[in-house]
Write a protein that binds this ligand. Structure first.
Ligand code: ZN
Length: 117
């Protein structure tokens, strides 16, 4: 099977290397730890193919990640200027769902969390 980024779910194709280039090693490590500790709650897909979830860190943040013109973006209630570890945790939780074949529901465009970002 040929792998291609043009297929329907670009998150499925992400590698540790991609994430490290995106946010840096420290944020990847922190995000991975959060995801393993179960910090990501109520993960959903957004109507435009992104992901949205609560991430319990020092506070609970709403985090939204997605692709725009093939580039990953992260909008997070922690208001980091760049992509943050919360976005990484959301992506890793989604990949964990894929691996376990756990369906991720699609949320409505008026999900309350959008208003926090
Ligand atoms: Zn954040």
């Amino acid at each position: 099977m040929e792998k291609s980024r043009t297929q329907a779910d670009p998150f499925r194709e992400l590698t540790w290397g991609d994430l490290t280039v995106w946010v840096g090693q420290a944020a990847v490590t922190a995000g991975r730890r959060m995801q393993k500790n179960g910090a990501v709650k109520r993960l959903v897909k957004t109507p435009d193919g992104g992901l949205l979830a609560w991430v319990q860190a020092e506070e609970t943040f709403a985090a939204h990640v997605g692709f725009e013109d093939g580039e990953l973006y992260c909008r997070c209630a922690c208001h980091s200027e760049d992509a943050c570890e919360h976005g990484v945790a959301v992506i890793l939780e989604y990949i964990a769902h894929l691996k376990k074949n756990v369906p991720v529901p699609i949320t409505a465009s008026n999900d309350q969390r959008f208003y926090l970002l």
